[in-house]
Design a protein around this ligand. Structure first.
Ligand code: PHE
Length: 344
């Protein structure tokens, strides 16, 4: 009897059933009217009285274990994949998990940021709702100066000396960085900016910029040109050329606008570059001494350069997107085209 109890105990440990039918068969085989455990109980009645105590306990434990095992097998067979029912057909095609991908503007911004990080620039961020002082005044736009019209502004509050507004460029973050007075400064400021413009293929009232600022002793225009050239080659390819045209910004003097050689026709002239062979990518210049002084930096000791670019514009040129509005409409056909792009 002892051996048979042990044998069934062992068997219970490894017993497996795939279907509910198999579980029922196992139950009948062990605990049914003619089952193995039931038979042991019958036999128990006939054994010597001095053995009853020991075997009685053993049999009770065995029966309890067997019942528990059958319950456990029943539960897993009814929820398991072979339980039957259409949804459990393992040969059916799986439900695809649609993985999202990064937005092209995010990809371009990351690429720009990563290039300047490699050059040793830190990243700084600041508020989108700014005051007039940080967006204009500290950047050498005197009150009522016509240059303020270069960037039509959304005002959040007016009637004050220093009204709140939606920042029109991230140069405001450069001001906030200069105010901390930890020199030298080498920083880029990515962020969203707002201008009161009619929406068209080439303009939007919300877009993204990456602006850069480098302040140290003895910084020259040649340093600026070299930084922009290296950036352009990392972004648009090693053969890229740049050219600088004189321009005007209140906060830089001298100022320039930078073009890159057209990466589509390689300078021959096409409809993207309108036959010129050049594409405008950013504005830049040597920081005006007034700007340094406004933030408490000694302009006799320090100087530097600044630059600023539109992320959507860089992305349009890099991937030949002909309408800015595509970036805001979230048409899946457009967004999917960028699903394999990676950061540099
Ligand atoms: N802040 C300028 C703009 O938004 C870009 C710029 C930055 C130009 C720094 C020169 C220097 O258009």
């Amino acid at each position: 009897m002892k051996e048979r109890i042990e044998k069934i105990t062992e068997e219970l440990k490894t017993l497996q059933c795939k279907t509910e039918k198999e579980v029922e068969e196992a139950r009948v085989r062990l605990l049914g009217k003619k089952g193995e455990i039931t038979a042991l109980f019958d036999e128990f009645r006939t054994i010597a009285p001095e053995l009853k105590r020991e075997f009685g306990q053993k049999l009770n434990v065995l029966k309890k274990d067997a019942l528990a095992k059958i319950e456990e097998l029943k539960a897993s067979a009814s929820s398991g994949p072979a339980a039957g029912g259409a949804s459990d057909d393992v040969t059916m095609p799986g439900e695809p998990h649609q993985l999202g991908s990064r937005h092209p503007v995010s990809i371009a911004r990351e690429q720009i940021v990563n290039i300047f990080r490699k050059f040793g620039y830190d990243v700084a961020e600041g508020p989108e709702i700014e005051d007039d002082y940080h967006v204009f005044e500290a950047l050498n736009f005197p009150p009522n100066h016509p240059a303020r019209d270069m960037q039509d502004t959304f005002f959040v509050s007016n009637g004050h000396l220093n009204p709140l507004l939606l920042r029109t460029h991230t140069s405001s973050v450069q001001v906030r960085t200069m105010e901390k007075n930890q020199l030298p400064i080498r920083v880029i400021c990515p962020g969203r900016v707002f201008r009161n413009e009619a929406i068209s293929a080439r303009a939007h009232c919300i877009f993204h910029q990456v602006e850069g600022l480098y302040i140290d002793e003895n910084v020259t225009f040649a340093d600026l040109k070299q930084a922009i050239l290296l950036f352009a080659r990392e972004m648009f390819g090693p053969d890229t050329q740049i050219r600088m045209r004189p321009s005007y910004f209140p906060f830089t003097e001298p100022s320039a606008e930078v073009d890159v050689s057209c990466n589509i026709c390689h300078g021959k002239g096409c409809n993207i570059c309108k036959g010129t062979g050049w594409l405008e990518i950013l504005g830049c210049g040597m920081v005006d001494p007034n700007v340094l002084e406004a933030s408490g930096i000694d302009s006799k000791k320090y100087n530097g350069f600044a630059f600023g670019m539109g992320v959507e514009r860089i992305a349009m040129l890099k991937w030949q997107v002909n309408d800015l509005r595509h970036y805001f409409e979230n048409d899946m056909r457009f967004l999917r085209e960028f699903s394999t792009c990676v950061d540099v």
